[in-house]
Design a protein around this ligand. Structure first.
Ligand code: NAD
Ligand code: IPM
Ligand code: MN
Length: 351
């Protein structure tokens, strides 16, 4: 049998609640569609809770173990914003971004489908099925900056967006590949009218790479205008390629229009396979609803579908996606987290 080593990082808040459901569905899908595959799961207790316990954010030994896994499933990390006990640590940068950067997750793949039966806040969203290809290792996220004369009235805070020709080209090529395999439409989202230096590099790269993908129609939108179309005409999008920060913002909006952030899945992918890819819901630890079984585990479950697909377990992945679609079709009102996971697991087993 094939063994897949899976590092599981449940994290904080609703993270462990949604990961528990995602693992139920993973087991069901593997049992139903990939019985010869054994998932060797190792759980890592990392996040704000761990930091508060022993001051550790990502110990080197655990990082090395995670690095040697075949894939990573993460719930969500981070405490309540403004918790003074977390002031000295940056869980997001020290853990989540460290994993994305060190494991070279340059593709942050965030698909959005508006299921026909779902209750979207948009009255008539239309046939929405797009994927945001968010750059994952550069942009304003790199931590290039600093505070000068900190705390004084003359403070200057710089947060420099780093965009390399290498980094932009590889994400743009990946996005063209996606568009070519989908409906042949790629939209670059940036802010080239103001961010002329970085925007210029992105625009020139898209124009150049386009020559290698004659089957893909290319479009461009400024990010502010893109938010308009996310609400007024999201069905126009197929593949969106954008930088790390714009992609972060747009994908929360995408989750909201699709019927809730609890539906939005993502993959942090290292396409070269040098390092394990990491799958996680788009949402955070939601301290406001943690511990109440109110979280929607669908995003974590759909992240398992992305994980299975990434591992080449296509049938198992398809079973999860189909079960989610079927479950959503029957949803009426709020259900406890575990009930949704159980229902989707049953649908997977009965498919
Ligand atoms: P959040 O996504 O945790 O919550 C925003 C809102 O969405 C909240 O009202 C929350 O209740 C709701 N929500 C989120 N997930 C939901 C789900 N599955 N079902 C139902 N409702 C859901 O964002 P935030 O409040 O800005 O961040 C909270 C913490 O999470 C912060 O520490 C932040 O840094 C961290 N965070 C972590 C990740 C991650 O680990 N990938 C992602 C985003 C935020
Ligand atoms: C996300 C989150 C992260 C991001 C934070 C927690 C670092 O918001 O995964 O979307 O900004 O990428
Ligand atoms: Mn985000």
């Amino acid at each position: 049998p094939r063994t897949v080593s899976l590092a599981v990082i449940p994290g904080d808040g609703i993270g462990p609640e949604v990961v528990a459901e995602a693992l139920k569905v993973l087991d069901a899908a593997v049992g139903a569609a990939a019985p010869d595959v054994v998932f060797d799961k190792v759980e890592y207790r990392l996040g704000a809770g761990r930091y508060l316990d022993d001051g550790e954010v990502l110990p080197a030994a655990e990082f090395e173990q995670i690095k040697s896994a075949d894939a990573i499933l993460l719930g969500a990390v981070g405490g309540t914003p403004n918790d003074p006990r977390l002031a000295g640590a940056n869980i997001e940068r020290g853990l989540l971004l460290k994993l994305r950067f060190e494991l070279d997750h340059y593709v942050n793949l965030r698909p959005t489908v508006v299921y026909p039966t779902v209750e979207s806040p948009l009255r008539d969203p239309g046939d929405v099925d797009f994927v945001v290809v968010r750059e994952g290792t550069e942009g304003p996220y790199v931590g290039n900056g600093g505070n000068i004369r900190s705390g004084t009235p003359h403070e200057i805070a710089n947060e420099v967006s780093v965009n390399t020709a290498y980094g932009v080209e590889r994400i743009v090529r990946f996005a063209f590949g996606q568009a070519s395999a989908r409906r042949g439409k790629l939209t670059l989202v940036h802010k080239t009218n103001v961010l002329t230096f970085a925007g210029g590099l992105w625009k020139r790269t898209v124009d150049r790479v386009a020559a290698d993908f004659p089957d893909v129609a290319v479009d461009y939108l400024h990010v502010d205008a893109a938010t308009i179309f996310f609400v007024t005409d999201p069905a126009r999008f197929d593949v969106i390629v954008t930088d790390n920060l714009f992609g972060d913002i747009l994908t929360d909006l995408a989750g909201a229009i699709s019927g809730g952030i609890g539906l939005a899945a993502s993959g942090n992918i290292n396409p070269d396979g040098t390092f394990p890819s990491m799958f996680e819901p788009v949402h955070g630890s939601a301290p406001d609803i943690a511990g109440q079984q109110k979280a929607d585990p669908t995003a974590a479950i759909l992240s398992v579908a992305l994980l299975l697909e990434h591992l080449g377990l296509t049938d198992a992945s398809a079973k999860v996606s189909a079960a989610v679609r079927d479950d959503i079709a029957t949803r009426t009102g709020a259900r406890p987290t575990a009930e949704i996971g159980d229902a989707i697991s049953r649908l997977v087993l009965n498919s």
